[in-house]
Design a protein around this ligand. Structure first.
Ligand SMILES: C[S@@+](CC[C@H](N)C(=O)[O-])C[C@H]1O[C@@H](n2cnc3c(N)ncnc32)[C@H](O)[C@@H]1O
Length: 274
């Protein structure tokens, strides 16, 4: 069953590019506006493999949450959900476990405007949408809709895919502090799934992408492998540990001689809380 949302009317600011809509454009979706398409075209000219990289990130999410649903997790908290793109997370996990419960969160009002597509789950399960900025303390963890849908005394799969590189540190280690707060609120047996952009392999191209997004008003902070690994501190990484998204338990054998440019921009890992 889905839960209706009663959020206030918001200014969509369609004149400004936003990461959710640029990403939707890169994925071939239909929810984007002129400023988003312009930023998307500039990203593609700096890094032509950006669309493929976005699809690989999405494919990792499908494999990751299917794995956790098969492992018996029935509660999912997805932060930085993005504009609905089928299959959405609830479609995957409720396909395995129809009673699974999913809470989606994003700070883009356009995602809120399309949240109805995220709320059409299986009758046995439940989905809810929380409009929140993950960097505002308590905005997710204290949301009444979160607690109406998930029982935080039981294990939760927390997914933060392609989100944290939009949380700049501003000299305060902010992204890690956000993740530590979320981790602390979850009980043993919970899972943490993260994907994150990196410039470890293509520093010039990714430097240009960072410049494009900064000019569009969306600061991007790419992180290296050590900073990525630190998000999982204290939790146990599942095999194969920290890797590139397409290498996390790929459905098909990999070509030798890879990764290609598209494959080399996104770290991924899953860990469980002991
Ligand atoms: C690149 S999209 C990723 C979408 C989806 N998680 C995926 O991996 O396919 C990043 C999403 O994070 C959201 N986002 C960025 N900063 C955020 C913040 N401070 N709080 C909540 N959501 C945020 C954006 O609105 C966007 O929908």
């Amino acid at each position: 069953m889905g839960e209706a949302h009663e959020d206030p009317v918001v200014d969509l600011r369609l004149d400004l590019a936003h990461s959710a809509r640029i990403y939707d454009w890169l994925l071939g979706g239909r929810t984007h506006f002129a400023a988003d398409r312009e930023a998307g075209r500039r990203i593609l000219s700096a890094f032509p493999a950006a669309g493929e990289a976005a699809r690989m990130n999405r494919a990792f999410m499908h494999r990751a949450v299917a794995h956790l649903a098969r492992e018996g997790l029935t509660q999912f908290l997805d932060i930085g959900t993005g504009i609905p793109t089928s299959p959405n997370l609830h479609e995957i996990v409720q396909g395995i476990s129809p009673a699974a419960r999913v809470v989606y969160t994003d700070n883009d009002p356009v995602v809120l405007a399309h949240a109805a597509a995220l709320l059409r789950g299986r009758p046995e399960g439940r989905t809810a949408y929380v409009q929140a900025d993950v960097t505002v303390a308590g905005s997710v963890l204290e949301a009444p809709r979160l607690h109406a849908t998930l029982d935080l005394r039981r294990p939760v799969a927390l997914t933060l895919n392609a989100l944290l590189h939009f949380v700049p540190d501003d000299g305060r280690d902010r992204a890690h502090a956000v993740v530590e707060d979320l981790k602390a609120a979850l009980p043993g047996g919970s899972a943490l799934v993260i994907t994150h952009g990196t410039s470890d392999f293509s520093p010039l191209a990714m430097g240009r992408v960072t410049d494009v997004l900064a000019r569009a008003g969306t600061p991007l902070q790419l992180r290296g492998v050590a900073e990525f690994r630190r998000f999982f501190d204290g939790w146990e990484l599942l095999e194969p540990g920290v890797t590139l998204a397409h290498r996390w338990r790929p459905g098909r054998p990999e070509d030798p001689g890879r990764p290609t440019a598209a494959e080399a921009v996104c770290y991924a890992a899953i860990a469980r809380k002991p």
